[in-house]
Design a protein around this ligand. Sequence first.
Ligand code: GLN
Length: 200
Amino acid sequence: MSPVIGVLALQGDVAEHVHALRAVGVSTKEVRTVDELQSVDGLVLPGGESTTIARLAGIFELLEPLRAAIKDGLPCFGSCAGMILLADRVLDGEVDQPTFGGMDITVRRNAFGRQVDSFETELEISGIAGPPMHAVFIRAPWIEEIGPEVEVLARVTEGPAEGRIVAASQGNVMVCSFHPELTSDTRLHELFVQKVKGTP
Ligand code: GLN
């Protein structure tokens, strides 16, 4: 059976992720309540503003249920702000900025600095066949430290941020610093759907 993939719909690139998921042929559901969270087979956490999404998750009483669902193995895919929200540790966050956690990584917010605040580059991504992906970075975070169970999927290969980790996975959780939902290349969404389908 085709899985239902939720998109956390509190703020950010919700419509763009829904569009990309539909393009790879899965059903989608916008998630704003615990009931909606419990009815999906996987969850996308969109790019946007991590502090706002975290604050809204508190107001919508989703913070603890989300943490619990991730701990219980709900497959999650976070892009940009979504990556920050799935990190166990955040640098340059707001004071006491909460995250849902789930991935043993330290993420630095707005890491790329002013001259490359927003930029685009080509990335080879482990597990994705074919030509490199065109990656759009918008006030993006990078991954500064990874735990032993984290697999690096992509690093920047040019410019001042060369070598920085910008995509990774650990168990059922996958993250990227950039915005695959803003291009027509759906290969990362497909990779996530494969992960969801492989989850018992
Ligand atoms: N800078 C944003 C944050 O801290 C992330 C930017 C994005 O998602 N495009 O949440």
